[in-house]
Design a protein around this ligand. Sequence first.
Ligand code: GLN
Length: 193
Amino acid sequence: MKVGVLALQGAFIEHEKKLEKLGVECIELRQKKDLEQDFDGLILPGGESTAMGKLLRDFDILKPLKEKIKNGFPVFGTCSGMILLAEKLSNSEVVHLGVMGIEVKRNAYGRQLGSFETEADFKGIDKKVKMVFIRAPYVENTKEGVKILATVNGNIVAVREKNMLAVSFHPELTNDTSVHEYFLDIIKKIKSS
Ligand code: GLN
């Protein structure tokens, strides 16, 4: 299995390390032609969604990426990656990929209380998952068909809709590999269906 990691900006190297630890080959996606390579799933890392959205547009990757995801390609967005996937942002005009039926609030915990760590249940993973939040978003509304996988203090922090998985936190920054494994399972299921 081979996973592509969007490597325009942000915490992409940490995702690559996590995938390597799990024995999964990864490739960095930086330009439109990289999308033509053979790979089975895609990670949109954390970082800064405005910058990432601008680079996606400048490099002409936004449209082909959107098409790929709409056609059922497995994608996993973490933090800004969740913002890129959202169909609606409650405190921002610009929508980026807009493929997932969620309304997301950016910097939802405020700037002061921007970063914290906690542990919470995650549907489909049979232990508490360590979650690192850095100026994180959370999901304010979900459309029909979106499954809520985790909440922290009543706020939705992990969701799944068909081929799409999105979390508000940074699973690549802890020792735990369970959320990445959860995504790899989604890829395997989609591949074999
Ligand atoms: N606050 C960032 C944004 O709006 C997301 C932060 C992160 O990815 N750690 O894009």
